[in-house]
Design a protein around this ligand. Structure first.
Ligand code: ADP
Ligand code: MG
Length: 344
């Protein structure tokens, strides 16, 4: 960050909005009218529209002590896009609303919008509006993402069937360990500001926390291989909690296998270092932004060659419950101890 500090008030509201949004170029034909009028105009030309929104509060959802603003901007967009992909849809537009305390300088806000810009460019979405206000305490971010999907091709949580395979993209548990290390270093720093953070060799898990990606590639893979998952959602609260959502909403039970959970080597190493069980981190951690979905067994052949997809179990009758089979050969009920912003 540069040393100059410009107060937001110097620009005035319109100057600020113009300054923040001037570099964003329209990338989608569906964006008929973007920033600058009373409302944006979007036309999905016969496709269905998918909408999702998220509220992010300083001190609840992010900590500016260890979250660079550029990363925060990027992640704020990505977590919303992840929800659009989780519907088997393609994100096309976002709106960004911010509440700014007087702690936030123009330079800081520039960095935040650089992150937003970078996510918009990478995922091909247009920034088409937002709102700007002052906040008495803390930085407030609310992002809405809009997407499109071919008529009735969206995928819900409630439509899994008995015998369907439960699949997860990428790997899980990493972001939770990234958070664990950042919280530990923060505590050490607050106790003794002279101690430099020791983050050597932890790039992978810190990247999982600070710069997650949404699984655009998986949705494209489905489209290219004629796959429609029978149910789907994104993994923001840990596998346990998400699998229980799919089961509850589909009125089913499930079996998952501990040894099938996709956990990166770096995540396992970090778990060991902290005296944590990597499986517990994968099941109960959060913020991985992977996709969890179910597939008809007949589609199994279509995914075997995709190394980014792991089959972790299957759906069963509700009477048989929601179970996990451990490496040691035991069976336990799955309980939801997912990430919960109210329990922090
Ligand atoms: P209104 O008074 O109708 O709320 P604003 O003056 O807040 O309008 O906004 C003017 C334009 O700038 C609108 O297109 C709005 O969507 C957009 N806008 C406002 N704040 C932001 C922001 N933080 N990021 C992106 N666009 C914004
Ligand atoms: Mg406004």
């Amino acid at each position: 960050m540069s040393n100059t500090r410009t107060e937001i008030a110097e620009l005035g509201e319109f100057g600020l909005i113009e300054h923040l949004t001037k570099n964003f170029e329209i990338q989608n034909v569906s964006t008929i009218l973007g920033v600058g009028d009373d409302a944006a105009v979007i036309d999905h030309f016969g496709k269905q529209t998918v909408v999702t929104t998220d509220l992010l509060l300083e001190g609840i959802h992010f900590d500016l002590m260890y979250t660079p603003l550029k990363h925060l901007g990027y992640k704020s967009v990505v977590v919303n896009l992840s929800d659009i992909y989780a519907m088997n849809a393609t994100p096309t537009q976002i709106t960004v609303s911010i509440g700014l305390s007087n702690k936030v300088s123009l330079e800081a806000l520039n960095e935040f919008y650089e992150g937003i810009f970078s996510a918009c460019t990478k995922y091909g979405v247009d920034l088409v509006g937002g709102d700007t206000s002052s906040s008495q305490k803390g930085f407030i971010i609310s992002i809405t993402a809009i997407g499109e999907v071919a008529p009735d091709k969206f995928v819900k949580r409630s439509t899994a069937q008995v015998g369907d395979l439960i699949c997860v993209s990428g790997d899980v548990g990493g972001a939770f360990l990234g958070l664990t290390i950042m919280e530990r270093e923060k505590k050490i720093f607050l106790e003794n500001p002279k101690i430099q953070p020791d983050l050597e060799g932890e790039d992978y898990i810190i990247g999982r926390l600070l710069k997650p990606e949404a699984r655009k590639d998986i949705i494209e893979f489905f489209a290219n291989n004629d796959i429609t998952p029978s149910s789907m959602m994104d993994v923001s609260d840990g596998i346990s909690s998400e699998v229980l959502h799919l089961c509850k909403q589909s009125n089913l039970g499930c079996v998952i296998y501990e040894d099938k959970l996709p956990i990166n080597e770096a995540t396992k190493k970090a778990a060991f270092k902290f005296g944590l069980d990597a499986t517990v981190c994968a099941l109960n951690g959060g913020e991985d932004y992977e996709l969890i979905f179910t597939l008809k067994q007949a589609d199994y052949d279509k995914i075997t060659l995709n190394e980014e997809i792991a089959v972790i179990g299957y759906m069963q009758d509700i009477e048989k419950g929601c179970k996990i089979n451990t490496k040691g050969g035991n069976t336990f009920n799955i309980t939801a101890q997912g990430w919960n912003a109210f329990q922090q």
